[in-house]
Design a protein. Sequence first.
Length: 434
Amino acid sequence: MKKFIFIKTEIPGPKSKEIALSRNQFVAKPMSSSLTPSFIAHGEGSLVTDLDGNRFIDLTGGWGCLALGHSHPSVVAAITKQAEKFTHTDFTAVPYASFVQLCEKLSLLAPGNSQKSVALFNCGAEAVENAVKIAKGYTGRSGIVVFENAFHGRTLLAMSMTHKSFPYKYKFGPFASEIYRLPFLSQYHSSIQIDDLERVLINLVNPETVAGVVIEPIQGEGGFNVPKNGFLEKIKELCQKYGMFFIADEIQCGMGRTGKFFAVEHWNIEPDIICLAKALASGLPLSAVISRKKITDALPIGTIGGTYVGNPLGCQAALEVIRIIQEEDLLSKAVNIGKIIKDAFTSMKEKYPIIGDVRGLGAMVAMELVKGQKSKEPATEETEKIIQYCVQNGVLIAPAGLNKNVLRVLVSLTISTEQLEEALSVLEEGIAQI
């Protein structure tokens, strides 16, 4: 007997089917696919109710945007209060205090002792693009180093930096130039040794022409890959040796998901530049680039910006998100959530040979599904079948990895233990079916 999941119609139900007909006619086809065929009517915390009254436990968290869950009352109140005052001015036209207050909060939260400054934007891809612009503008260099399995966004530069070709790159070339890709050395997949990194880098590009190395401390879309011990430290060492900026893409792994506000804090590394988005404003479009102040101070006024960047609604939401994370100790909650998930996944791994690896930090946990423990051949079709079983039985869970054979959990950090355990039991049922 399920306490939180409630399925009253087939999935999708008649009302969702009706909207789907209109979607097929009027929504651009490339944007028509979705994890679940049901259309949301209401979300509260980690629960989603569709138009037909079916209730799901959401482990996707809006693809990682909803660290506080759906419609957190304090965030809703902050947004509503701001909307009643003003919704937009453009900070460079008529400035507002919340923009400054958020930049101050993020500057003080950022790791390391150097003074920081912050620029606000609209989304993760914009943050990445502007981080690269800032690095190039300061160093006068043109090269950028990225990694295998990386995902940095869908705009031209960010798409060029992203590893996976289909669907993100399709026929959208030519791509941005002078982007060089290194192996990402993870605990489960490593193609070279850490001591080989410098040799491989030098064979790829003259490091003295590289403005920055852009890396996800824990890869998100690429499969929740946790770096091999010593890997990030080696990258930081090479950055310092050759004058390259260490740019941490914390868009999916930041904002407390790993049990620290910034994932890179697990390795005691101070990046030169940090990119944030997703969970920053609880689903509102807002991103940030945090950098050492001397870097951005060197750039002329007007060289970065945008009409909608740092929208006042998003700023107020972000200030509330940060307050709640701190006051409700959601960093500790992330660690507890992660332990529950990891223990459950590890137990499943002992029973089901299809699970090749369980990995993650804090609440950022995933399992990789394989056809053979030794071959590590991706079990892509099986992963999709498990996802669809979960959807039909009231749980939303997302895939990841170049081969879509990773099940990743991006659940709200406010989920209850009972809700999480109920969702995990459905997931195990799906794996057992396979």
